[in-house]
Design a protein around this ligand. Structure first.
Ligand SMILES: Nc1ncnc2c1ncn2[C@@H]1O[C@H](COP(=O)(O)OP(=O)(O)OP(=O)(O)O)[C@@H](O)[C@H]1O
Ligand SMILES: Nc1ccn([C@@H]2O[C@H](COP(=O)(O)O)[C@@H](O)[C@H]2O)c(=O)n1
Length: 226
């Protein structure tokens, strides 16, 4: 699928909590590329829609907001474990994007075709600049199908839930692994229609693979491609 004219981008898709952001950030750092997590955009839209008390079934209202919403991703402004700071309409919403209310509604917001059309166009414009590692659900299949390398990352439901629980505990928050597992499974089901594994993707299962080993496998694949 890649050609000399393909954008110099690497896509990473996979289900919730598979480790896409961890891998994406590490790989981008190794290659000196921009790291871009498209899940942040859907989370930002959901956060802003909830704040405005929009009806989450109103596709037109959500699409209008998706078009206009100012989402700025900046280097971390606080040393609290964040990968970056997310400013939405100039408000720091970094951790609120991970809140239970956003997690509960984000897949519902992301389902609207009108919303996805706008988000995908914004994402594609960023990817086409090149030297980007872009992470999401449909990046290798729809947003950047001509990417230089596509990765599909997977891990068992149990491992994904256990990692999410450990992450919350590390931030001093309560974590019920059973409830987290149910929530991750619910999001998997809702996201099924947007999830895509490109036939030419490099598939990595990280149940027993560290992020560093994942990066090594990808760099080896890039070298093999020449
Ligand atoms: N290879 C790995 N082995 C063990 N733990 C990992 C691995 N990769 C990531 N993790 C841990 O798994 C958790 C989820 O990772 P991460 O946030 O990167 O996933 P994600 O796919 O981006 O999630 P989401 O879809 O919810 O945004 C984090 O606590 C992270 O430290
Ligand atoms: N390309 C994408 C990325 C994300 N979504 C939706 O956003 C939710 C949050 O994504 P995370 O990667 O931060 O977990 C996700 O559950 C999807 O509903 C999407 O549709 N397409």
């Amino acid at each position: 699928m890649t050609s000399p004219n393909s954008p110099d981008t690497i896509t990473i898709d996979g289900p919730a909590g598979a480790g896409k952001s961890t891998l994406g950030a590490l790989l981008a750092q190794r290659l000196g590329y921009l790291y871009f997590d498209t899940g942040i955009m859907y989370r930002a839209l959901t956060w802003a829609a909830l704040r405005r008390q929009l009806d989450l079934s109103d596709a037109d209202a959500l699409a209008g907001l998706a078009q206009d919403l100012a989402i700025d991703i900046a280097p971390p402004t606080q040393d609290d474990g964040r990968q970056f700071t997310v400013l939405i309409d100039n408000t720091d919403a970094t951790w609120e994007l991970r809140s239970a209310s956003v997690e509960k509604s984000v897949s519902q917001v992301a389902r609207h075709p009108a919303v996805r059309t706008i988000m995908r166009a914004r994402q594609r414009a960023i990817g086409m600049r090149g030297q980007v590692v872009m992470v999401g659900r449909d990046i290798g299949t729809i947003v950047l199908p001509e990417a230089r390398l596509k990765v599909y990352l997977e891990a068992s439901l149990h491992a994904r839930a256990a990692r999410r629980a450990a992450e919350l505990q590390a931030r001093g928050l309560a974590a019920d692994t059973g409830a987290i597992e149910a929530d991750v499974a619910r999001r998997d089901a809702l996201d099924q229609h947007v999830m895509g594994r490109s036939p030419d993707a490099l598939v990595l299962n990280n149940d027993d693979l560290s992020p560093e080993a994942e990066v090594d496998a990808i760099v080896a694949q890039l070298r093999a491609q020449g």
